[in-house]
Design a protein. Structure first.
Length: 642
């Protein structure tokens, strides 16, 4: 019989490892992935290993030739990696039970409410999605834009002290309900009207939670639509609130093309100054949003769609709107030639010709007068900037897409992750296989704060992708954006095979993943030696002495626990990955529980005292209730970095 699944509150508690010593030959598993070459998500060199899975946990990583699985996958000649994590998901609710376009990219987790949009009631959102069934896991962010619009409205006005308190409370409530961080799209109206100091004031209470702040950067006419200034604002908000800033779908637009190095240096400098800064990026030189959003000036959108249309009808205001729209397109997208309308398969320059107008701004206004809900592909940037952004050590890969069933206008919905692997690794060598996978797995997992995602190791969640390095590639194009990628062969979500031989199985192994206590957003700790030593006090009798070198795939040491609820001895047999951050450590592995010979996955989190909170040890062993207790003396945590 399978062990019970880990408690929801600890979904995301952690480890990584390669098994140096194979488990007993009589061991049996629900699923064995055999003969593959493992890219474990850490960025360390690949190695050969089998993967043994029981329930929704990895319980063995090594030579399993003497063991059997109820199901087996032959991964000979292929890479085996953790499931890819999409940090920026615009998933359609009705598509999540199948998520074909994401599974065929190797994605096993999507993070919802990007750009500050989405429901403000995070718990209700996640509960509803889980009840409907999920082909992939989902998490959520607190949506700043939605909160601002609900409290302040669509007009350009200053929030009252009462408004600010209401928004602060909404942010904290979302985090308490399991959101992984806070997202914003300060380039989108009406959150565009929020001043930097107001954003800081609203987010300040979230600082102690040690989460991240991800933002679609605000480019304004006052800065001449400067990417550098917009990204600088995101970094400043992070520094002033104590949240780790994330520059989402990072790009260098228009007039500043070629300046990626300067912008990335600002991100690196922010980290060096004590605030961990990161980014995500997709492998295309064009984005997709509504036609009005980034072209029609902010003042003209204040008050909503009807107010915007009324301004179009006023000759004086229309002239100003057209002029400023032309300026925005020139500065951001290289003029009207940078705008394409996928629904009608028309270039804006062709629409201008058909309308007999010389102004792209006038053409945009006329299109919006006919139909306000029009999508646009907006071209930007240089390939050299994109490569430099992708190579930066704290840039994760995300697609700015999500599970979709209907028509999509951008090839990123079907091609992003395979394009990085096929084009930017195999074809151009811009990235190594190890680093590309790290940017899709370990890096986004730690940035989120997850502690059992992003790595292949004993005790980790059984989210796995098997892909063919010689074949993986995107096929989606601008004219046919829903063509399926190639080379993603098998995908396992929550221990269930969701994609077999490139075809979806219909399995719904996904869950709604909520951030719980002891899950800080943090830098990866793979590049340093690290250790944790701790002793349980009072009713929690535990001993921890775990260490892992920077070049080692597996942690070493000892972990013992006398479970206070069930009165059984828990003894670690093999340790997984040890992760550390200031005042914090987490590790996983497999243990024996009393006389039971089966491997039981476990996860442990050690937290040093913080304010009035004492030093704590939180442990969950598969099949047993989660426990928490004080540590005395204070834990020793080494190799925490910044």
């Amino acid at each position: 019989m399978r062990p019970t699944r880990l408690a929801t509150v600890l979904v995301g508690v952690a480890a990584l490892t390669a098994c140096a010593e194979a488990p007993p030959s009589e061991a049996s598993y629900d699923l064995v992935i055999r003969g593959g070459t493992v890219l474990d998500g850490s960025g360390l060199p690949r190695f050969s290993a089998d993967v043994g899975i029981v329930g929704d946990r990895i319980v063995a990583l090594g030579a399993l030739s003497g063991a059997r699985g109820v199901e087996e996958i032959d991964a000979t000649g292929r890479f085996v990696a953790p499931g890819f994590i999409n940090l920026h998901s615009h998933a359609e609710r009705e598509a999540l039970p199948t998520a074909v376009n994401m599974l065929t990219q190797g994605v096993t987790m999507e993070v919802l409410n990007p750009d500050g949009g989405g429901p403000t009631e995070v718990a209700a959102q996640l509960d509803s999605l889980e009840r409907a069934g999920l082909a992939v896991h989902v998490g959520a962010e607190v949506p700043f834009n939605s909160i601002w619009a609900r409290v302040v409205g669509t007009e350009d006005r200053r929030p009252t002290p009462t408004d600010v308190e209401a928004m602060r409370a909404a942010v904290l409530r979302g985090l308490e309900e399991g959101a992984w961080g806070v997202s914003a799209g300060l380039d989108y109206k009406p959150a565009y009207f929020a001043r930097t100091e107001e954003v800081v004031r609203i987010l300040e209470p979230a600082g102690p939670a040690r989460v991240h702040f991800t933002n679609h950067d605000r480019l304004t006419p006052e800065s001449n639509f400067s990417s550098r200034v917009g990204i600088g604002e995101t970094l400043t908000i992070g520094e002033r609130t104590g949240l780790n800033p994330v520059v989402t779908h990072m790009k260098v637009q228009g007039l500043e093309q070629g300046g990626a190095g300067e912008i990335l240096h600002a991100m690196t400098r922010t980290t060096a100054d004590g605030t961990y800064a990161a980014a995500d990026a997709y492998p295309y030189l064009a984005g997709q949003t509504s036609l009005a959003a980034l072209i029609i000036p902010g003042w003209a959108q204040a008050g909503g769609v009807d107010a915007m249309l009324a301004r179009f009808a006023d000759p004086a205001q229309r002239a100003r709107i057209v002029r400023e729209a032309d300026e925005a397109m020139a500065a951001r997208f290289g003029g009207p030639a940078g705008v394409y309308l996928p629904a009608s398969n028309q270039e804006l320059v062709d629409i201008m010709r058909d309308l007999g107008v010389e102004s792209g701004g006038e053409a945009v206004v006329r299109v919006l007068e006919r139909e306000t809900r029009v999508g646009a592909i907006l071209r930007f940037g240089l390939e050299s900037d994109l490569v430099e952004i992708l190579r930066h050590p704290t840039t994760a890969v995300a697609c700015d897409c999500g599970a979709a069933t209907g028509r999509v206008g951008h090839p990123r919905y079907w091609g992003s992750f395979p394009r990085v692997l096929g084009h930017y690794v195999r074809e151009t060598g811009a990235l190594t296989w190890e680093d590309a996978v790290r940017k899709m797995t370990g890096l986004p997992a730690t940035l989120l704060g997850a502690v059992d995602r992003g790595f292949l190791a004993e005790g980790m969640a059984a989210d796995v992708v098997v892909f063919d390095s010689a074949a993986v590639i995107d096929r989606a194009t601008w004219t046919d954006p829903a063509l399926r990628s190639e080379g993603i062969v098998h995908v396992v979500v929550g221990g269930a095979v969701a994609l077999r031989d490139g075809d979806p199985t219909g399995a719904r192994g996904g869950r709604a993943l909520r951030r719980g206590p002891g899950m800080p957003s943090r830098p990866m700790s793979s590049d340093r030696d690290r250790a944790v030593r701790a002793t349980g006090a009072g009713p929690l009798e535990a001993a921890v002495d775990v260490r892992q070198g920077s070049t080692e795939r597996q942690a070493e040491g000892t972990f013992r626990l006398a479970h206070p609820t069930d009165g059984v001895a828990v003894v670690a047999q093999r340790l997984g990955r040890l992760q550390t951050a200031p005042g914090w450590a987490s590790f996983t592995g497999v243990a024996t529980v009393g006389d039971d010979p089966r491997p039981h996955a476990f996860v442990a989190v050690v937290q040093a005292a913080d304010g009035e909170q004492p030093s704590l040890l939180r442990v969950h062993v598969e099949g047993l209730p989660a426990v928490e207790g004080a540590l005395d003396p204070a834990p020793v945590i080494e190799g925490t970095g910044r």
